[in-house]
Design a protein around this ligand. Structure first.
Ligand code: AHR
Length: 620
């Protein structure tokens, strides 16, 4: 492997190169990164696949001590459902000491940890004579924290907001939240929320999951989908206006693509906020009138265009503008740094092409007229033929079915036009047999792909793995980079691979020649200046898809003779079996392992393991 390390002969990789794609799939947000513990907090979950708007709440106690129903008397105009409980639980009955009530299991159990604090908020109205208690309860029935609210009601027509901070005295990873009542009367509950106080900057993001994403150093953040943006039918697509403003007044919606209800706590604002917190540029994907089963023709597209324009105003408009003022009221008067928009998801395909190509120019022109600097991304693939409409970037998705195909797939871009819009590889992954739920083999195959994209980074601006998250209790798609449940998390080998590429954004891609005709080896070299101490680092990455080890000679040319290496770090991602995966019980089975190589010169022989990705960092 001959590397020309003279920076002047290199090419700058775009600053935006490595990003992440966040989609509300597999409970990535609701029951995931969004730290809300209560599931169906407003009793609104009424999607076709959810028979009861009470689900997953359960009733504690039996008739006649408690009779529960849902009525439409909420104080919140957009979500009228409220829970009504008739309570017959006075001192003469047998339901003491805690009374009767309701219990919410969250998303397959709430992680309540000893010493941590949780803010519980709910709305209540009741007749006189009812006392309430709110508690976190462990799987053995033991209380982890509780608070009493005595004499909630005097006037049953007045809603009252109750807020309590509960500190847990024990840990239980699968707890539930209970609200119980004693006395005799009727009580209504609505918009019940329980959040850990400890979220990233208090912004509502679950700390461990936020950290996992932040460690990838993403430069762009595509959201909120994916097919989630389209919906099977338009009524169930993500509609940003329903997801902004006070959480209590969000309608929530049934995401019919991935088949679950979300309360929309993680809405449009939260996506923009998350991008900002990650120091990444948001890329908003909006619906362009196309769902999986319905399409709006160009003659009726104007409400969708207006919706997109309003969304941009929400993100970057003045805090006194109609939609910008809502952003400001949510605590963010400064505009977000929204510079990229994607018109739809996977819509320029098959029989949809004429509709997409009819609608797209209307969005493009309307947006450019008001926001000429915003970069617009089309769904039409320009890697093989030129586009028929203007665009700043084009979206490119690829899911390989075999490791070999994935390893070589970036060769598509070797032949792409060097003029015209660049590619946004906004979804890629190896799936199916070779990939399992995230094998080493998949990561090595994807390394070949990413190396190929680095080489083509004159025409590829950004790259995202997909999907980012899975809650193992509701796996709709596999593999997914970050795997979690209520309290555990690990990265699959592909996650660790992305980490090996995180310094590529903005780095110099160096000319290198791998003098072999092996179809199972790929290598690249980059250099950049460390943001920590300003030193230059040269990183060589070698992917070996073969089941045999190889020795390669690395020869670094183009450096002044005075330059020497202070340190050479070798990092290897491999395992004894290509099909090895990480798991909750073995989260570090396939993770990169570092070692130091002593006395490195400008020519060295290195051992490359079978089915592995190896990086060599030369500190100069
Ligand atoms: O990443 C999962 C899905 O794959 C996305 O929702 C969609 O865009 C693609 O088909």
């Amino acid at each position: 492997l001959v590397i020309n390390a003279s920076r002047s002969s290199g090419m700058q990789i775009p600053d935006t190169f490595m990003g992440v794609f966040f989609e509300e799939i597999n409970h990535a947000g609701a029951g995931g990164l969004w730290a809300e513990l209560v599931n169906n907090r407003g009793f609104e979950a009424e999607g076709e696949k959810v028979p009861s708007s009470l689900h997953p709440w359960e009733v504690i106690g039996d008739k006649p001590a408690i009779v529960v129903s849902i009525d439409q008397t909420s104080v919140f105009q957009r979500n009228r459902n409220a829970l009504r409980m008739e309570v017959h639980c006075d001192h003469s009955s047998s339901c003491l000491p805690d009374g009767v009530g309701i219990s919410n299991p969250g998303f397959w159990g709430m992680n309540i940890e000893k010493g941590k604090k949780y803010k519980v908020v709910f709305y209540v109205r009741s007749t006189e004579g009812i006392d309430l208690k709110v508690s976190f309860v462990g799987t053995n029935g033991g209380k982890l924290a509780s608070s009493e609210i005595s004499g909630v009601g005097v006037n049953a027509s007045t809603w009252r907001r109750v807020e309590r901070v509960l500190e847990a005295t024990e840990t239980n990873h699968y707890s539930s939240l209970q609200i119980t009542a004693t006395g005799k009367g009727t009580v209504w509950l609505d918009q019940v929320s329980a959040m850990p106080l400890d979220t990233y900057k208090g912004h509502g993001f679950r700390m461990d999951l936020f950290q996992m994403v932040a460690e990838l150093k993403p430069r762009v953040f595509r959201f909120p989908g994916g097919c989630y943006v389209e919906g099977n039918v338009l009524k169930n697509a993500f509609q940003w206006k329903q997801t902004v403003g006070p959480w209590e007044n969000r309608r929530g919606h049934y995401g019919d693509i991935w088949d679950y209800w979300t309360d929309d706590g993680f809405g449009f604002f939260e996506g923009l906020q998350l991008a900002e917190d990650l120091n990444a540029l948001p890329i908003w994907v909006f619906n362009n009138g196309i769902s999986h089963s319905e399409q709006v023709n160009v003659s009726a597209i104007s409400p969708f265009v207006q919706d997109a324009l309003d969304g941009i105003e929400f993100a970057i408009g003045s805090p006194t503008s109609r939609w910008g003022s809502i952003r400001a009221s949510m605590g963010h008067p400064q505009p977000f740094n929204l510079k990229y928009l994607a018109v739809g998801n996977e819509d320029c395909q098959n029989n949809l092409i004429p509709i997409y190509q009819g609608n797209y120019p209307v969005f493009y022109e309307a947006i450019k007229r008001v926001y000429p600097d915003i970069q617009i991304i089309t769904n039409c693939d320009a890697s093989k033929q030129p586009l028929t409409h203007p665009a700043d970037l084009y979206d490119y998705h690829h899911y390989s079915l075999t490791a070999n195909d994935m390893f070589h797939k970036a060769e598509d871009f070797d032949h792409a036009s060097r003029t015209g819009p660049k590619a946004f590889v906004s979804e890629y992954a190896l799936i199916k047999e070779d990939a399992g739920n995230g094998t080493l083999l998949a990561a090595v195959a994807e390394a070949g792909f990413l190396i190929g994209l680095e080489k083509n980074s004159d025409v590829v601006s950004m790259v995202n793995y997909a999907p980012l998250f899975v809650n193992t209790n509701d796996r709709k798609w596999t593999p997914d980079a970050i795997v979690f449940d209520s309290h555990q998390v690990y990265g699959i080998p592909s996650y660790w691979l992305i980490k090996l590429f995180k310094e590529s954004s903005g780095a110099t891609f160096l000319n290198s020649t791998l003098q072999t005709d092996s179809p199972t080896l790929a290598a690249s070299a980059i250099s950049w200046k460390s943001s920590v101490d300003g030193t230059s680092i040269l990183r060589i990455k070698v992917a070996n898809l073969d089941k045999k080890a190889v020795i390669i000679e690395i020869s670094i040319e183009g450096l002044e003779s005075s330059v020497s290496f202070s340190k050479l770090t070798k990092t290897v991602l491999t395992s004894s079996n290509p099909m090895d995966e990480n798991s909750f019980s073995e989260p570090n089975k396939v993770v990169p392992k570092e070692s130091l190589i002593q006395n490195a010169g400008k020519i060295i022989n290195v051992h490359i393991d079978p089915v592995s990705v190896t990086s060599f960092d030369f500190n100069m």
